[in-house]
Design a protein around this ligand. Structure first.
Ligand SMILES: Cc1cc2nc3c(=O)[nH]c(=O)nc-3n(C[C@H](O)[C@H](O)[C@H](O)COP(=O)(O)O)c2cc1C
Length: 177
């Protein structure tokens, strides 16, 4: 049987130089609030750059939220503003320079949004207003985390994050470097 691990893999117009691919893995290491909330910083750069210089053919950047309310934890990466896009381009640019195909997992955590970082007690939601409460269509009684309920009469604008906004929205401006 031939070993294809180090042979290229082509999917439509995309060719990945080998089959050593990195799954998306949340680092829960971004700033949680302020102008740098959700912005990849040196930790993220070093984390992904190290795997690229190690020869990974494709790296899927961790779950990255399309809106503050859609973060799994407040320390997640985001792509809802240009500061985040610029910082992400530093990473994707480095990956490309080293022959690694950059990918990303764009996400909205839905009713599972707004939990604490795993090492702070993942099953517990952040208190409303202290983190990034995500409105839900109604009460869900099973299983943690208990969602923050969107009551009848909630501003319909509260549901916009589910569709995403800013650079990461469908058809948005984030297309890598
Ligand atoms: C620290 C850590 C963070 C993870 N974060 C994510 C994530 O952001 N998105 C995701 O879909 N899966 C995430 N996972 C799951 C991994 O992507 C992967 O599916 C899992 O580790 C199983 O890998 P395997 O299928 O190669 O056995 C995470 C796993 C770990 C260990």
């Amino acid at each position: 049987m031939s070993v294809a691990l180090f042979e290229p893999y082509t999917l439509r117009s995309l060719t990945v130089p080998n089959r050593v691919w990195m799954a998306p893995m949340c680092q829960y290491s971004a700033e949680t609030s302020g102008p740098n909330a959700g912005v990849p910083h040196d930790w993220h750069f070093a984390h992904y750059a190290a795997r690229a210089t190690g020869g990974a053919g494709l790296i899927l950047v961790e779950a990255t939220a399309v809106s503050p309310e859609g973060r799994i934890s407040p320390a997640d990466l985001g792509l809802w503003n240009d500061t985040q896009v610029r910082a992400m381009r530093r990473i994707t640019g480095f990956l490309k320079e080293h022959g690694t195909v950059p990918g990303i997992q764009i996400g909205h955590a839905g009713r599972k949004a707004s939990t604490k970082r795993p090492w702070h007690g993942r099953a517990r939601p952040t208190p409303p207003r202290a983190g990034s409460p995500s409105p839900q269509p109604g009460p869900v009684r099973r299983g943690p985390p208990r969602p923050h309920r969107a009551d009848r009469g909630t501003d319909p604008g509260d549901h916009r994050p589910v569709r995403g906004r800013g650079p990461a929205r469908p058809g948005g401006r984030f297309r890598g470097p």
